[in-house]
Design a protein around this ligand. Structure first.
Ligand code: SF4
Ligand code: SF4
Ligand code: FES
Length: 233
């Protein structure tokens, strides 16, 4: 395969006055993903390049970044999807630690606000808390979220309001609210029913477009909004 040019965002706040793009001509191999390219650059060309990755299989959610202007996870994006020069940036909307690694603390803090765990003080049954297939389907595919932050990072409402819970945290609130075993809706209501919660969403659907797992936070937010309204009035 011929070499391919990559323009990669670089910024080391300890030494750089401002961010810049560094160009790398990379000899490619068949079957490579964008993550394979980054690994090649780091291991063979420039060991200073900083980015996150772990599983390499679309499971851990750590390799979220912006590739040619669209958020995704690098290990799931095949090179064959792109033509010409490929530009790689960190996830927008978060503070940059270094190069493609951003500060994920606000993302996890928002997640914690919606109490992303099963709340049920009933005495536990002898075995597991049973759920029928129909009850399970109420959560939809929301359980498949890998917390990559591609959705929250692409949300204009989050860009203007850093306190906004964002689509990933709201999808998690949906996942537990519509889990028939969970009884924590009243506790979560305080976190989601305010100006930094559900009502900040303007249905722009960037989150849906960005999700590498084809999840639909916009739809989940709408269902949560309807539930909140029906419970209150
Ligand atoms: S649909 Fe809502 S949560 Fe999703 S990107 Fe738009 S404003 Fe953000
Ligand atoms: S909803 Fe999709 S884009 Fe958002 S964190 Fe989960 S997997 Fe990532
Ligand atoms: S390295 Fe785990 S999702 Fe990409």
């Amino acid at each position: 395969m011929p070499n391919r040019t990559f323009k990669i965002f670089r910024f080391n706040p300890d030494v750089d006055k401002k961010p810049y793009y560094k160009t790398y001509d990379v000899p490619l191999q068949h079957g490579w993903t964008i993550l394979d390219v980054l690994n090649y650059v780091k291991w063979e060309m420039d060991g200073t390049l900083t980015y996150r990755r772990s599983c390499r299989h679309g499971i851990c959610g750590s390799c979220g970044m912006m590739i040619n202007g669209i958020n995704s996870i690098a290990c799931e994006r095949q090179l064959t999807e792109y033509k010409g020069v490929i530009k790689i940036d960190p996830l927008p909307g978060f503070e940059i630690f270094r190069d493609l690694a951003v500060d994920m603390d606000p993302f996890y803090a928002a997640l914690k606000r919606v109490k992303p765990w099963l709340i049920n003080d009933d005495p536990p049954p002898k075995k597991e808390r049973i759920q029928s297939p129909e009850e399970f389907s109420e959560m939809g595919s929301s359980i498949a979220c890998i917390l990559c932050a591609c959705c929250t990072s692409s949300c204009p409402s989050y860009w203007v309001d850093g306190e906004y819970l964002g689509p990933a945290a709201l999808l998690k609130a949906f996942r537990y609210t519509f889990d028939t075993r969970d009884k924590g809706f009243a506790e979560r209501l305080e976190a989601i029913d305010n100006k930094h919660g559900l009502w900040r969403c303007h249905k722009i659907t960037n989150c849906y477009t960005a999700c590498p797992k084809d999840l639909n936070p916009t739809e989940a937010i709408s269902k949560l909004q309807r539930k909140v309204v029906s419970e209150k009035w």
